[in-house]
Design a protein around this ligand. Structure first.
Ligand code: SAH
Ligand code: SF4
Ligand code: F3S
Length: 458
């Protein structure tokens, strides 16, 4: 009997950058599935390679061009059969330049147009029409994406908001992702239900400024005409099976009362807040166009802590923004001491083409940036270590997302986003369980399962 061989093609997507790109890569898989594409483990096994790129700092962009060099060689080895697509923020910002510099690239598609990939592939086969799509069509994109999502794992990103109108003077995102756009309540809730149905226990609402999300309240809510993120979180918390909710990334300007209240009221909302501040100097914050002061930020921290005393804070920092003096940098260190961060991402300022800060006078010397970064990171590391050390002896619920490399170990996350591993816990993968913390490093906790009986309930 002849064996039935479905016409499957290998798809390899390499993802750079932020959580938005992680989500987009998953959705590109969903978009390409009806065409017969299924994921493979390496570019060598693929018929189509997609680089989902990031433009945020110079280094991120450089990585793309060096990866494209490797793919060009691979394409030659396959006799030209491999197809190469560049997606994401570099595609948006430098699409034409990529096509010119790297003829091996077959398609360029921006973050708001990847729902058009099937048409683009068809045009490529026919050798007619455009293979560069960089329109800003967020609404059309979400309408066009398949309703079903295939996820594996217990935690999933759900895009609630896209783009940014804030125009911080150092940042390319408003240019690469387009204007702020909030998805409608129904679409988000439907996607959350679908995820819960597939066994997802943790939903992470994502957006470039996710706390700027707003939407028309459903008819059943007589209380309000417009919902903010806090309302959406309360609603999602009522979906059966959703045991933990997180959201990222937030802007201090949009930290509204309803969201702070949700931290007090909603049991499933994780006590963790990633709230980038960038600098502790008012002068620099102003030059960055962040539209708040250091004192404003500290007040928000205080209000959130009043609502949820055990909350853990995370942040992003930039050192060496143009004009940053020793005193400005000291103000950043002082803010860090005042808050006490559980986690942080810190970067050297990287001038980006087309952004106002790139043209500012008084660019800071690379050596000074290095020194400041090392100094800031050592303070942030001390704080992370102290917070993890203070967890020893505490009990907390951990969502075990995967088995670790070491035999029998399970790996998961605490409510405070600390990574936790336990020995002899491989059977816990996919479940929420109570642990006692028995060890701590700067980046992770070691735990022991408290009782088998605690496993099932959240
Ligand atoms: N929307 C988020 C952050 C998006 S970009 C917010 O407003 O906070 C993620 C982080 O990259 C930023 O918080 C910032 O710390 C860093 N970043 C952005 N542009 C940068 C640049 N030109 N140089 C160095 N770091 C940058
Ligand atoms: Fe970039 Fe500022 Fe928008 Fe964040 S708020 S994405 S840092 S412009
Ligand atoms: Fe990078 Fe684009 Fe995200 S520039 S950080 S991938 S929005």
């Amino acid at each position: 009997m002849a064996e039935f061989k479905p016409n499957t093609k290998g798809l390899f997507i390499k993802t750079y950058g932020c959580q938005m790109n992680v989500y987009d890569s998953e959705r590109m898989r969903d978009v390409l599935k009806p065409l017969g594409y299924s994921p493979v483990d390496s570019p060598e096994a693929a018929d189509l390679v997609v680089l989902n790129t990031c433009h945020i700092r110079e280094k991120a962009t450089e990585k793309v061009f060096s990866e494209l060099g490797r793919l060009r060689d691979l394409k030659r080895e396959t006799g030209g059969n491999l197809r190469i697509a560049v997606a994401g923020c570099v595609a948006q910002a430098e699409g034409e330049e990529i096509m010119r510099r790297e003829p091996a690239v077959d398609m360029v598609v921006g973050p708001q147009s990847y729902h058009r990939l099937p048409e683009m592939i068809a045009r490529l086969s026919r050798k007619t029409g455009d293979v560069l799509e960089t329109d800003f069509a967020a609404e059309e994109k979400f309408d066009a994406l398949p309703k079903t999502r295939e996820v594996d794992g217990v935690s999933a990103f759900l895009s609630a908001q896209e783009g940014c109108d804030k125009f911080c003077t150092f940042c390319v995102v408003p240019y690469t992702r387009g204007a702020e756009f909030s998805r409608g309540v129904d679409a988000i809730v439907e996607e959350a239900r679908e995820l819960a149905r597939q066994g997802v226990k943790e939903i992470v609402l994502i957006g470039q400024n996710v706390n700027a999300w707003h939407g028309q309240a459903p008819a059943h809510d007589a209380r309000a005409v417009e919902w903010r993120l806090g309302d959406l979180i309360r609603h999602i918390a009522r979906i059966g099976g959703v045991e933990r909710i997180r959201y990222t990334t937030s802007h201090p300007r949009d930290m509204a009362d309803d969201l702070i209240d949700a931290h007090r009221d909603v049991e499933q909302l994780a006590p963790f807040l990633h709230l980038p501040v960038q600098s502790g100097s008012d002068r620099i914050l102003k030059a960055m166009n962040r539209q708040h002061t250091a004192a404003d930020y500290l007040r928000i921290v205080e209000r959130v802590r009043a609502a949820r005393p055990d909350i853990a804070f995370a942040s992003d920092f930039i050192v060496g923004f143009p004009g940053e003096s020793d005193a400005d940098f000291e103000a950043t260190l002082q803010l860090v001491r005042d808050v006490g961060f559980a986690q942080a991402f810190s970067f050297k300022y990287s001038p980006r083409p087309g952004t106002p800060a790139a043209g500012m006078q008084l660019q800071v010397d690379e050596r000074i940036k290095d020194e400041r970064l090392a100094c800031l990171q050592s303070l942030l590391n001390e704080q992370a270590q102290a917070i993890n050390d203070a967890s020893i002896g505490r009990r907390m619920k951990v969502l075990f997302s995967r088995a670790a490399r070491r035999d029998g170990q399970a790996l998961g996350y605490s409510p405070y986003m600390q990574s936790v591993h336990v020995d002899n816990g491989a059977h816990m993968t996919g479940r929420m369980a109570e642990i006692e913390v028995i060890g701590a490093t700067m980046t992770s906790l070691r735990g022991r399962l408290v009782t088998a009986a605690a496993e099932a309930t959240a």
